[in-house]
Design a protein around this ligand. Sequence first.
Ligand code: ADP
Ligand code: MG
Length: 668
Amino acid sequence: MTDAGSGDIDTVISADPATAGGPDGGETQSGKTKSRFWARLRKNKVALAGAIYLVFVVAVAILAPYLTSHDETFATRFQDILFSPGEAGYVLGTDHVGRDILTRLFFGSRYALMAGAEAVAVALIIGIPLGLTIGYFRGWVDRIVMRFVETVVAVPAVVMAMAIIAALGTGLTNAMLAIGLVYSMIITRLTRAEVFAAREELYVDGARAAGAPSIRVMWRHILPNVAPPLIVQTTLLFAQAVLAEAALSFLGIGATSSQASWGRMLRDAELSIDRTIWPAIPPGIAVFLTVVAFNIFGDGLRDAFSREARGGRVGVGDVVKTESGPDTAPRQADSLISVRDLSVNFPIPGSDEDVNVVQGVNFDIAKGEVLALVGESGSGKSITALSLMGLVPDPGIASSSSISLDGRELVGMEFDELRTIRGKDIGIIFQEPSAALNPAYTVGRQVAEPLRVHLGMSKSEARQRVIELLGEVGIPDPEKRIDAFPHQFSGGMAQRVMIAMALSCEPKLLIADEPTTALDVTVQGQMLDLLGELAAERDVSVMLITHDLGVVADLADRVAVMYAGEIVEQGTLAEVFAEPQHPYTEGLITAIPRNESRFGELPTIPGVVPPPWDWPNHCHFAERCEYATDACLHGPIELMPSASSLTRCVRAGELDLAGVRDRAEEGS
Ligand code: ADP
Ligand code: MG
């Protein structure tokens, strides 16, 4: 028992802290995510059984004095020595000095839980602040502390604890204090690793840039994100502490003979082992079950927290339902997707408030139509696209009154149902194909993945289909190329693979987020032609995201111009290009590089998109707009019909803005 026990402790201690929860364990604190966490935990029957057993142990520990008729709990009665179970009314028999084993077993749960709690409390009280501090400040403090931590952690916990007990003196409290000290090193290491991951993230940088003091950044921003792996690790350490208590008490340096600890009961049983093994069995089983229960419950917590279970690396924040405003346009009859009142919030680093990163976005895409979403980097285009799939990164929260896809409402849809739509009804192509393809697998295998998951194809069916698909997206020699690895493809060819993958399940909507930005100019054109053909041939609707209005000219049917979280102009391609109604659109048009006249400076809009927390309450573009007047600085501006498009500009109609045609004339 003891040997096996300390072996287990070793494994846990030498295990990489990252495996005990991992940096991916972070969650938002939103209620939605929490309820999903509980739903996942409830579905895990094994973890649930562990939890129920633990509740039972706690109940026994609390009620121990009332559960037994032997009020003389620990009294020694020499006439009753070593009774077998059932004999003379002793359900589990008696031990070598005549004590009722059942009674001692009940009281033993108190010692087990108290000992575990003490060790874990010590570990957390020391480990968390220490881990946060060295993880946050790094440098020489970190190097010195970590050297020490690694040394302690390298030695088995029970052995280390024995050394500490030698200094502190024996007894249950000291033993668990010693175990707690050893475990605090594990907590320190885990917290530090999590802090390293968390402090790289945007919100921490933001909080520091916003001047939040270090202590505040640590407790308010980092700790909530490192909490899930810590909770998991704490549960697992609790199991190890119960085992360590048993081991140390068995060795006689933990509980004393008058304390009915399970480990002590095992030690006492050993004294009479040559006459009967009965007294060893109940405490042995109790320790075993309790340790297993804590472990499976901890594993269940880890699975429930893990992002893997939520369907991918990007955090899933599904879309929160809001009421539609009084003048929300109804869904257009022919639209495939129709989005209403879509907003996305991110918490402002270093404060309690949120910022709107996307505000009140409405649009429709008809079947087979190509909508171009254009705007500079930082306008909120990618976030808009991701919210359609329920993929807003943590800790963002998307809300909308309605997102309907082919008649199905996505807002409020169950997570599992949404997952079937993602990748099947909606395909997505990202900017950087090499980043989206896994270098370790052949492209054939990666394109086949959605076919097998969503369409349930067999291996050979999927392979056949992948060859067809690769051919359709213009990859020469697909029978051979299917077995090549991503690094054997050029950027353009890799992007074609991405397109094949996005198209594999015949999506109704294809989202292409800057699909050509990473490619050469010549390849860009081919890629756009391909997208255009696919849209026309297969009748898929396309949402083409780009920062370059020039890219959309041949392809788009309609254009939505986005600036600082809002759609500022929306209309058909012809309308928007010929007669832009918003100064920002004019700016984007003038920024299109002109092949015919390559002289002079590229006319661009001065400045960049400000960060979301600097967006004013009035027109977001006013500060960069050459036409801005006083009227632009008062209150939010609505999207209003102007000429034949919709425009968010108070001066729409009175300005004479330059469209593509004007530029052509001026250039000639
Ligand atoms: P675009 O695709 O138009 O370049 P994005 O949709 O990526 O813009 O980003 C819009 C805004 O959302 C950015 O200004 C950025 O500040 C904010 N943002 C994007 N991702 C995150 C994130 N993970 N955390 C916090 N803010 C984010
Ligand atoms: Mg983007």
